[in-house]
Design a protein around this ligand. Sequence first.
Ligand code: ARG
Ligand code: ZN
Length: 865
Amino acid sequence: MADNSSSLTVPHVVRREDYRPPDWLVPDIALDFDLDAAATRVHATLSVTRNGDHDRPLKLDGDGLLPLEIRVDGNPVAADLWSMDSGALVIALPDAVHIVETLVEIAPQDNSKLMGLYASGGLLCTQCEAEGFRRITFFPDRPDVLSRYSVRMAADKALYPVLLANGDPVEQGELPGGRHWARWNDPFPKPCYLFALVAGDLACNADRFVTMSGREVQLGIWVREADLPRTAHAMQALRNSMAWDERVYGREYDLDVFNIVAVADFNFGAMENKGLNIFNSRYILADPETATDIDYDGVEGVVAHEYFHNWSGNRVTCRDWFQLSLKEGFTVFRDQNFSADMGSHAVKRIEDVRILRAAQFQEDSGPLAHPVRPESYMEISNFYTATIYNKGAELIRMMALMLGPERFRAGTDLYFDRHDGEAATCEDFVRAMEEGGEIDLGQFRLWYEQAGTPHVRALLTHDPVARSVTLLLEQTVPPTPGQPEKRPMAIPLRTALFDPETGENRGDELLMLTEARQSFTFQGWTAAPILSINRGFSAPVIVETNRSQADLAFLSAHDDDPFARYEAMQQLMVNVLVGRIGGQAVDEDAVIAAIRNAATDPLLDPAFVAEAIRLPSEAYLGDQMAVVDPDAIHAARDALQRRIGAELEPLWRDIHARTRANAFALSSVAKGARKLRNTALLYLAASGAVDGPTVAFGQFSEADNMTERQAALATLANGTSAEREAALDIFYNRYRDDALTLDKWFQTQAFAFHPDTVDLVEELGRHKDFTLTNPNRVRALYGAFAGNQWAFHHPSGKGYRLVADCIIALDKLNPQTAARLVPPLGRWKRFDEPRAALMRAELQRILLEPGLSKDVTEQVSKSLE
Ligand code: ARG
Ligand code: ZN
């Protein structure tokens, strides 16, 4: 199979407005796999029915496939009745109903794109979303063609003792020559992107779950034998997710088995195939020795995400890929709320907003900005973005806020009931919210259409004579590619006013900003109140206010909304840092006092404190500047961090000592203590205290868990001490045979604030343990590096060259993962002209590469516009 056969020189643009229902439906499909890593034969039997009154032929998508046999109603097809059209098989059919059979041969072991059927370790596994099924067999590869699947697999029994597919197992048996077979049936009609099979030598963590109607479901998490002890957390997360979806959405699981398989080579997080989820092993495997608390939370969140797709994605699927956020935005919203319920709502919200700002706001202000429901694409794989996922989740969150819990639940009930078994659209979802929730979402729909992050200016003015205050709100939505003009959006802003004398919150209100400029007046204020706005981050917007540093300091100590309190603290820090970068005189003492207050407040959750006292990231500071100056940002942030470290040194020592635990626990309390402890270590190291490296090395050596070990390593990696090299060596030697943990060794170095990071990354790219064939390893090195603003934007341009070289080399193997590295280079307009020129030059160099995939072509050419 020629792996790059689908690459086109001029990629074809697919447009939302061109949607037409399918010409042919496929109510049933039987697949017969003769599995072998070098040569797998796939025999497909499709029952096809003409959809509507037309005489168009049957078109079955294919990518790199050759038909070895084609039969219609049992007879070979005459040569003049079929043809190939850019990979697809086209067959002229006389009647309304036929049986079509095809036979193809594919080579899983040569499939480096990791789309379709591929080999990972000794396993054979599949990934079909979005358009991988066409690399397995000829089929109408679009989500609005739903079929019942019957799958038979035959394979060598010693190499592949376990054979899994979607649905329920029905039959199995032995074959001559040491082979065996199994058949699985999935009774629920599904689009082909949800097809999956796995064959391999796997061990099972087996458990059961009794659903709310009393049915028993067999749960299985399948991994390599040696990894079984690391599956307990994923299993607990699965059972919790199943119970949560029953309790919160009334949704019950619908098959007798639910299987999850972990694989080492995977292009993204995980995949919700019906009854057979396939996961990147980093989102299944966890134990204290190798997983950080962030990893544990990642496992819980992704297990939940994929499980929740059984309703939001599988039972109700997408009509076309422009509707991707229908399932992804909604499912992210569901997994965020699940994780909040399992831990802290406040901390989860802060984390989610931090991710949104770091990934989605950057996307929304760059050349790849697109609406939550895009209008066009060249390669759909490029649209699995923070906008579709995370901004999409914010849209659902705003609707849930405007409706309130009861009416939102009425809306989701109506949505699931009305569209069960269908391929639906974002519009269907909004309509169900309107009808079930009895609300008009007319203007709100703009959130699906308009790209770009809205800016809101909030000016509060006090009239002491009238004893009133007026809040003037102005919104603008910046132009984005293809959308020069924007209309005003409907923006829900949770707002409160605080009495400056009593510190009291006089009531939370949901203000709906619907016009470009709008005023709200509040009576009964003798003294000017303090404004708390966009509480809980009620809308995914950038808010600019006329609040003083004193107001922000007040809110950072007194706001009763934890997100708003965190936000006030961050804004306080941003103002000081941006002022410092701009050469203004700034009052750092206010920041230090606010940090001291938060860190010594016994009533605050330590996990919250750790979030609140952390300085905003270099990238976030860059977002606040007209032209990003990576060196000035790094210098200013580093200097403030040192000063906070030095002035509060006794406090950091005290926190570090008192948060030390005797034994590992995974409770929220223990996780919070570790998070705060690691932050204290960071500040202690920044203080310049001579024993900083010793304390960090002590934590590194004594820790009984990866959360503290990796944080200590990261702290050391920022410096130049002898302990840095010692810790890196110890870590490498301890984990060299554990791929997921070795990823942390690469990642920590690529992410370090170290003057030589760019050279170290170049060396690590030649390390014997570095490989382009494993996406986790690529992301650990180059993905982390491209997110290290100071290092990546080294004025020499060397960082750009390293990433461009990686994109060029990786594109030949795995275009999807290569394309994910393009956006950091594409942000050149945000930087000074010398850097911008260097970045553009690398993009142009990539574009000249012969045989470039359409994945990378789309991202690079859009980035150069
Ligand atoms: N549906 C999967 C999930 O979010 C992700 C599939 C990603 N596919 C891709 N081509 N990037 O759960
Ligand atoms: Zn998803």
